[in-house]
Design a protein around this ligand. Sequence first.
Ligand code: SF4
Length: 114
Amino acid sequence: MIYRFTCIVCPLGCSIEVEMENGEVLGVTGHTCPRGMEWAIEEVTNPRRVVMSVVPVEGGALPTVSVKTAEPVPKEKIPELMKFLAKLKLKAPVNVGQVVAEWEGIKIVATRGA
Ligand code: SF4
C-alpha cells in the first residue's frame, strides 16, 4: 500500500509517498531532506499530534484558558486525553507557559493567561 502526504515539517510542502507492506516500510520517495522522511515514516507507523483545547478557569478575568500538550501525543490516545481535559478545572491566576496539569507524563501547558 502506498500512503501519500504533503510534508508539514517546513513550508516547502514536499509530496511524499511511503510504501508499506505487512506493517513494514518498503520505501520513501518525494522527500527533499531526512526530516521529511522521518516525519513520513512516523506518520504511517506511529502518528502523533500536539493537542490543543480550552479549559475553564475559576476566579480569573477570563472564564477559560487555552492549553496544549507540551509534546505530540499518539493519535490513538487523543480521545482519552480529551476526556481528561474535559474534566480539568483551573484556578486563577494562570500564566502563559504555565504547566497546569500532567497526563500520562505529558505536560499540559497554558497558551494564554487568565
Ligand atoms: S521533505 Fe524536508 S524540505 Fe520537504 S517539506 Fe518536508 S521538511 Fe521540508
